[in-house]
Design a protein around this ligand. Structure first.
Ligand SMILES: [Zn+2]
Length: 305
C-alpha cells in the first residue's frame, strides 16, 4: 500500500478509532497513528513500514485496524489493552519504492537520491529520503550492529547521529508520551520473531514467554540473535524502557521484495490472532510485575527485621 492509499483508507470512517498525526517525514508527509481506546491502563504500539520496500506491513496493519474496529465491543470485554497502530513510519521511502523519483518534487534531492540508490529503480529501497535506514537510527547501541553502514545508502546507513531523522524523532517522542507496555514492529520477510536486545536479566523470562505467545498466535518461529542488530525501534524499546518488544518478519522467505498484495490474505491469516493474544500478553506482563513487587517487598521486610 502506498501513502495515498493509506490516506484514502484513513479518510473513511473507522468506528471506535481516533486518528492523529504524530509527526512529519523529511518530505513533510504525515506520520499517522490510529488509536483504539479499550479503557485499559496499558497501551501497545504496533508499527509498520519503517523499511520502505516492506510496505505490505501497512496493508497488514490496515487489516488489523479493520479487525479491531469490527470486534471493538468483544475485545473490550476480553481485557484488551489500548492499541495504537502506526501503519507507515517511512512514507517518503514507501513512495520512492512505489513511484520512484517522480514522488520527489525537488530536482536537487532527486539527483542526490539517484546517486545514493545507484539507479532509478527504487523497488528495493529501504531507507528514508535522506538515505538513512530508520531502523538503524534509534539510540540503542547506535552504529554497533554488524550490518551498520556509515554512508547514505538504500539500506543500512545509521545516519549522521542517533535519532537524527524526523521520522525516528516523531516515533520516539510519541512512544515516550504513550509509555507502552509492549511494542510490535512489523517487517518483511521470513516468518520470524525477534525479541532480544540486551534484555535485563530480570526480564528475560518474561520477554521469552511473551515472544512465545506471539509465536503461538502466528506459528512464526522465534529466532535468537543475541544482539547482532542495533539502532532498531524494538532494540530502543527494550533498552530504554525495559519493556518487552518484538519484531515480526511477515511473509514467506520465497516471496520477492516488495511483497505483492496477492500475499496479503496469507499474511493476514497468520497475524489476525495477534490481537486476541494481546490480553494474554498484558496479563503476563502484569503478573510478572506483581511477582517482582512482591519479591521486592519481601526483601525489604527481611532487611528491616
Ligand atoms: Zn525491515
Amino acid at each position: 500500500m502506498n501513502y495515498v492509499e493509506l490516506e484514502e483508507f484513513l479518510a473513511k470512517k473507522i468506528n471506535h478509532a481516533r486518528i492523529d498525526v504524530i509527526g512529519t517525514s523529511v518530505l513533510k508527509r504525515y506520520l499517522y497513528a490510529v488509536t483504539f481506546d479499550f479503557l485499559s491502563s496499558q497501551t501497545v504500539i504496533i508499527q509498520g513500514a519503517i523499511h520502505a520496500r516492506e510496505h505490505i506491513t501497512t496493508d497488514l496493519i490496515c487489516e488489523l485496524i479493520k479487525n479491531a474496529s469490527e470486534n471493538y465491543q468483544k475485545y473490550k470485554l476480553m481485557g484488551m489493552p489500548n492499541i495504537v497502530f502506526v501503519p507507515m513510519v517511512n512514507p517518503d521511502g514507501v513512495e520512492l519504492c512505489c513511484h520512484g523519483l517522480a514522488s520527489v518534487r525537488s530536482l536537487t534531492r532527486r539527483r542526490v537520491l539517484k546517486s545514493i540508490n545507484g539507479s532509478t529503480d527504487f523497488s528495493q529501497f529501504k531507507a528514508n529520503a535522506n538515505g538513512v535506514d530508520l531502523n538503524n537510527n534509534f539510540d540503542a547501541k547506535w552504529g554497533s550492529g554488524k550490518e551498520s553502514c556509515f554512508v547514505a545508502s538504500p539500506h543500512g546507513f545509521v545516519g549522521e547521529a542517533p535519532m537524527s531523522e524526523p521520522e525516528v524523532q516523531s516515533l520516539a517522542l510519541f512512544t515516550m508520551k504513550i509509555k507502552p507496555f509492549f511494542t510490535i514492529s512489523y517487517h518483511a520477510k521470513g516468518q520470524e520473531i525477534y525479541y532480544e536486545f540486551f534484555n535485563k536479566l530480570e526480564n528475560r523470562k518474561r520477554d521469552k514467554r511473551i515472544a512465545k505467545l506471539i509465536s503461538k498466535a502466528t506459528y512464526y518461529k522465534i529466532v535468537s540473535t543475541e544482539n547482532s542488530s542495533s539502532g532498531g525501534y524494538k532494540d530502543w524499546c527494550v533498552l530504554r524502557f525495559g519493556i518487552p518488544a518484538v519484531t515480526i518478519e511477515v511473509g514467506k522467505d520465497s516471496l520477492l521484495h516488495p511483497i505483492s498484495r496477492a500475499a496479503l490474505g496469507q499474511i493476514y491469516r497468520r497475524n489476525k490472532n495477534i490481537l486476541k493474544a494481546l490480553p494474554k500478553i498484558l496479563m503476563e506482563f502484569e503478573n510478572d510485575r506483581k511477582r517482582k513487587n512482591d519479591a521486592a517487598r519481601t526483601k525489604r521486610g527481611k532487611e528491616s527485621v
